[in-house]
Design a protein around this ligand. Structure first.
Ligand code: DQA
Length: 139
């Protein structure tokens, strides 16, 4: 099963960015752990700080992969285009956020992604990505 992990803006800074909220592990290091923990999955990874690049990649992965794990980061709360892309693609999308959005600012309680997502996972730190991968194996 091919799963595309897609991260949005500022998630390239994981490890050094607001570690109290997002932890001190880089995504690259965590990805190694995911690959070891899920040898039965073919994982691809894409990160961009650019909204249109994320839309392009969701479209590509939506056709080529069996599932998408998407943390659109701040674009979650602002991007109608990313929300539309999630609704448009064939592959199911699991929305992930590292932090617990419900405990944060009200603008983070709005998601343009959730309505098109198969499910949403937030508040479990980086482990949320593993939970999302697990959800694909349970189908
Ligand atoms: C985030 C939450 C967003 O509100 C924030 O803009 C991020 C990361 C998370 O994973 O907790 O960049 O998506």
């Amino acid at each position: 099963m091919k799963i595309a992990i897609i991260n949005g803006p500022n998630l390239n800074l994981l490890g050094s960015r607001e570690p109290d909220l997002y932890g001190s592990t880089t995504f690259e290091a965590y990805l190694e752990e995911l690959r070891k923990a899920f040898p039965e999955l073919e994982l691809s990874y894409f990160q961009s700080n650019v909204e249109g690049e994320l839309v392009n990649h969701i479209q590509q992965a939506g056709a080529a992969a069996d599932g998408i794990v998407l943390n659109a980061a701040a674009y979650t709360h602002t991007s109608v285009a990313i929300g539309d892309a999630v609704k448009a693609v064939k592959a199911p999308v699991v929305e992930v956020h590292i932090s617990n959005l419900a405990t944060r600012e009200p603008f983070r309680h709005v998601s343009h992604v959730s309505a098109g997502a198969k499910g949403v996972i937030f508040g479990f730190g980086l482990s949320g990505y593993a939970l999302a991968l697990q959800s694909f194996l349970q189908d």
